[in-house]
Ligand binder design. Sequence first.
Ligand code: GLU
Length: 491
Amino acid sequence: MEIRDRYAPSPTGLQHIGGLRTALFNYLFAKSQNGKFILRLEDTDRSRFDSSYVDNLYASFEWLGFHWDEGPDIGGPFGPYVQSERFELYKKYAKTLIENGRAYYCFCSSERLDVLRKEREAAHSSESGYDRLCRDIPPDEAAARAANELYTIRLKIPLGEKTVFNDVLLGDIEWQNDDVSPDPVLIKSDGFPTYHLANVVDDHLMKISHVLRAQEWLSSTPLHVIMYRAFGWDPPLFCHLPMVMGQDGKKLSKRHGATSIDEFRKNGFLPEALINYIALLGASYEEGKVLYSLDELRVRFSLDKLNKAPAIFDYKKLEWFNAQYIKVKPDGELAVLALPYAVRAGLFGAVGLEPAPEQRVLFTAAMSLIKERVVFLSEIPGKLGYLFAEPSVPDVAEFIPKKSNLVEALRFLKIGRGLVAAMAGLDDAGAECLVKDLAEKENVKLGDLLAPLRVAITGSRVSPPLFGSIRLLGGQCCAARIDRAIKKLTE
Ligand code: GLU
């Protein structure tokens, strides 16, 4: 059997963590089995549809870097992959259920259903949903009425029976049919299908072998299984994925922090980090190992690695993953990724200004200074300002090392002034050797000697590594900055 699974989002909102987890697990499962991963747009709810959400979906997955084998944008043997382009088909299939007695026309108006609901509410009735009034209209009479009246098509749930199916993760699930939504609508009065019908028909026609979806859909599955059987089709294998919760144990939502892929992207996350972390939401692969590339995950993923327990989304952990991926990015690649943030932050002279060629070279070279020290791409420009513009000279107090004084600070600066030209031509070890020797000769603590130098050159007591900064800025520039500092301290 060919393994075929799908991500079937309804474009009624931005792509978020939950959707990405479903898409990723489907992708990984299909790839691990040499199967096919399909994208299908379930846009039956036209009132909540917005094309910008479709654009967001494509942009998000483009950024994430994994793709489907069949889908609306690339087609495939079972297209179209957009439900609104398949509406006629659903009606045809619903009618086959009427013909075999598994569905019926319903002529109840929405007003009648409203009255029914209100009456039940007033009587504190435990009953809800449709009262099956039209279920027993003789089929011929119903067919004749359907030619002239507005109708919906409802599924005839077999009463007094139970529906049993197996969930790969949760095991056998049994559901009393009387507890399934009473005869749900398959085709609405405007001729549009409901989610349930379109979902089942498409999974069948698209030869979907496995449905991996969030556990919130579990309660719809008995209904879907009843529908498959009504059509005489074998249902796919179901696997309902553990819920994704916030740290307070409630379903992950905006209250907990960013949830849309867009926000993570804007906040300076790398797709590798997001994918790696999300692949661990509800699954574990190898004892003691947490860093996995997409390629590794494609090989290692299997359904028996899934956990039943809800997954907790931990923003701090995700940040840790991001820092790990930033750390190992080659300088050139990291610079390309961080550049848009730097342009937006005005690092190259003004907000929105692209770097001049020499600024670009400097920016790339600076990546090695900061990649061990940042969590987000968006932090990078803020750390590198002193390389692209002369920082203002800080207050005198900033230059004075702990337990030292102004006279000493001035002395350290002057010693440093004599060293920077040589240091600029040395690697870290060489530069360190040089200053260490001199510090010993001058009987100064190394830290004390370097502290005012750092402030003079970078404009701050806390900065990226000093030796690397001196190399990038060059001896002349550093000497000039030290001169400014000396001037200020002398005044
Ligand atoms: N359209 C549904 C959703 O938005 C699909 C559910 C399923 O995977 O069957 O999640």
